[in-house]
Design a protein around this ligand. Structure first.
Ligand SMILES: NC(=O)c1ccc[n+]([C@@H]2O[C@H](COP(=O)([O-])OP(=O)(O)OC[C@H]3O[C@@H](n4cnc5c(N)ncnc54)[C@H](O)[C@@H]3O)[C@@H](O)[C@H]2O)c1
Length: 322
């Protein structure tokens, strides 16, 4: 690769894992991590890290120039549940940050962009089962509205200015390396930590609210595969549906309970349950399979096993230090 890669939002749930995978693939010094807050020790000590507010266009341009950046992964955003509490800022951050990047690409200062969309682009009128790439999209949240607008801008900048934009509609992502960032699917990350630290979990979704989800490792692999696919194989520039596996809180609870027999769950659905109920149950990702050979590896069982195995030594150390 000619230039370097800039990841914006490297302290977040996805950024903290994506930066390390990109550094493995391209070399530590080729991947510049950035965020408005400090990132993990691992990120800040394995390669370049800069503090950047993506809304500050001048600082963004300076960093792109100084570090000879040719590719940007824009991960800074306010997620679904938090954006509902701050509608105006949700729109401002999610949209204005993106315009700053799109303009850099239009001016050919950068060559390639990754921008994540979400299953939140779908809404109550979208089909619930096997929701297709081109299904009706009528999002009901400011987050979903901003993601759908972003997808339309992707198409526009690609068609009009030939900007090489690539995007994935991530389902809810579950990992163990960092806490979730204020989304409707956060419960599926928090439940693991509660299993280790307490005997009871209060779930903010109903027991039977099913949502498409994916293990973080698969999501990171999908991102790298899409970004390295041949330009001519990318037939969808708005954003690709990808599917991992779908479950409701009761399914993941039952799987975790196999490892923690005393673990209990109780349900107190709040506004996030109303949001989740407008989203699809399952996703059809035929186009991603066809265009860039996407294939999920992790199911619910494997995901739960791997997360528990990874968290066990961490919680053991914490217990020993008490
Ligand atoms: N995590 C998921 O389940 C999921 C699902 C679908 C889509 N996505 C999308 O993926 C992207 C990353 O998600 P995430 O879960 O890592 O989010 P996150 O909230 O964990 O991380 C976002 C990061 O952006 C940073 N940030 C906020 N404002 C900033 C600013 N002005 N300048 C620079 N950095 C700023 C935050 O400090 C944070 O570290 C988002 O666009 C999100 O919508 C995530």
């Amino acid at each position: 690769m000619e230039g370097n890669i800039l990841v914006i939002g490297s302290s977040g749930q996805i950024g903290s894992e994506l930066v390390m995978e990109l550094r493995k693939s391209y070399g530590n010094n080729k991947v510049i991590a950035s965020d408005i807050t400090n990132s993990s020790y691992e990120i800040m000590n394995s390669g370049p890290f800069v503090i950047l507010d993506v809304l500050n266009k001048k600082d963004l341009y300076t960093i792109v120039k100084n570090y000879q950046v040719s590719e940007i992964y824009l991960l800074a955003a306010i997620l679904s549940a938090n954006a509902e509490k701050n509608i105006k800022y949700g729109w401002e951050l999610n949209m204005n940050s993106y315009f700053n990047i799109l303009e850099l690409a239009k001016e050919r200062i950068i060559k390639k962009v990754f921008w994540p969309s979400s299953i939140a682009v779908f809404g109550p009128n979208s089909p619930k089962k096997n929701t297709g790439q081109y299904a009706i999209m009528n999002p009901t949240t400011v987050y979903g509205i901003s993601k759908l607008a972003g997808e339309n801008w992707n198409e526009y900048y690609y068609r009009k200015f030939k900007v090489d934009i690539r995007s994935i509609r991530y389902p809810g992502l579950i990992g163990w390396k960092s806490k979730a960032g204020g989304g409707t699917t956060d419960y599926a990350v928090d439940i693991f930590h509660q299993a280790f630290t307490s005997e009871k979990f209060n779930c903010f979704l109903s027991h039977n609210t099913e949502i498409p989800m994916m293990y973080m490792k698969d999501a990171i692999r999908a991102t790298l595969e899409l970004m390295s696919a041949n330009y001519n194989d990318i037939n969808i520039r708005s954003s690709y549906n990808i599917s991992g596996f779908s479950f409701c809180p009761n399914d993941i609870y039952s799987e975790i309970k196999k490892y923690f027999p005393k673990f209990e769950i109780c349900y107190a659905p709040d506004f996030r349950d109303d949001i989740a109920k407008t989203w699809p149950d399952t996703i059809d990702d035929s186009e991603a399979k066809l265009d860039w050979k996407w294939k999920t590896e992790y199911g619910l069982k494997e995901t739960v096993k791997e997360i528990i195995c990874n968290l066990k030594p961490i919680y053991k150390t914490i217990d020993n230090e008490k």
